[in-house]
Design a protein around this ligand. Structure first.
Ligand code: SF4
Length: 299
């Protein structure tokens, strides 16, 4: 029987996601013509659906947009795509997170000084596609230690390392050690964002107190998947759920002896999805469980 429900101190919407949704909502209200979001404004189905219902268009590529206003998602975009959209006469509203823009700035600055950049991140993430566009001939992406070790010696190159904003915080000391051993002259820019650090640390904090951690977030969200993987490695039972509907009552059956449940949510998960999960857990406990909220307000 569930006795305690521990809510992670930092969970749910981050600054960049709130900002992007706010920009998209204001733009949809203000613009008279067609408004289209390029790719997903943030990686969460509930938010994507909300904009669709409100009549905001969604496009996978600039080629699919003929006119009106184009909103750039929180994950950012390559300058080449911005140029193509401008040439088509589209009005661009940029909701790229300032912390992703910080990586663009670092890349522009170091490349101007003659550096090559290794970006530690997922090859297929929208954020990576945008970053690559800032110096396509001078950036190499590596998603793990093995890919880093397989890169050439490059002792004749000035090198910089940037890191995906949502990377796993625990992996970074080892990644830094590997790159420094291979390229002692490399300059490291730890570009993991504070929201990621806080959400991952909050999972690590509650993990020893609980038998299971439910991470509410979309399977398309890199940071939500990462939180679930951390939850799994730290408490042995971390599950990513898109919404309350994914909860299986059997997880909490008598013989499973689950007494303490942790709840967290990815940076693109709206609060109402988390609240529905807490309500369901309370119902499973016959309203006997205590909900233990973090002392500080989440950010
Ligand atoms: S997770 Fe970090 S980088 Fe991504 S949108 Fe949120 S604040 Fe920005």
């Amino acid at each position: 029987m569930i006795k305690n429900i521990y809510i992670a101190k930092h969970h749910g919407f981050c600054m960049g996601v709130k900002r992007a949704i706010d920009i998209a909502e204001k733009t949809a209200r203000k613009e008279k013509g067609r408004v289209t979001i390029l790719k997903e404004i943030v990686h969460n189905e509930a938010i994507v659906e909300k904009f669709k219902k409100e009549g905001v268009g969604q496009a996978k590529s600039v080629e699919d947009v003929s006119d009106g206003t184009l909103i750039i998602s929180a994950h950012g975009i390559s300058p080449e795509i911005t140029k193509a959209a401008t040439e088509k006469g589209l009005k661009i509203v940029d909701a790229t997170c300032p912390l992703v823009e910080k990586i663009y700035k670092i890349i522009k600055e170091v490349v101007a000084k003659g550096y090559y950049v290794i970006h530690y991140g997922d090859h297929h993430h929208d954020e990576t596609h945008g970053i690559l566009g800032y110096a396509p001939d001078r950036i190499t992406v590596a998603k793990n230690k093995e890919e880093l070790l397989a890169l050439p010696d490059w002792n004749d190159r000035k090198l910089g390392l940037t890191i995906q904003t949502t990377a796993h915080i625990d992996e970074i000391p080892e990644i830094e050690r590997v790159v420094q051993e291979k390229w002692p002259h490399i300059e490291i820019f730890n570009t993991i964002c504070m929201a990621t650090t806080r959400r991952q640390s909050a999972i690590i904090e509650i993990a020893p107190k609980v038998d299971i951690i439910l991470v509410v977030g979309s399977s398309t969200s890199a940071n939500s998947r990462r939180l679930a993987s951390i939850a799994n490695s730290k408490c042995g039972n971390g599950i990513l759920i898109g919404s309350v509907d994914d909860i299986d009552d059997n997880w909490f059956s008598e013989e499973k002896l689950i007494e303490n449940v942790g709840v967290s949510a990815g940076a693109s998960t709206p609060d109402f999805l988390v609240e529905e999960v807490i309500k369901k857990l309370l119902a499973i406990s016959n309203y006997k469980a205590k909900v233990i909220h973090p002392e500080n307000k989440k950010k």
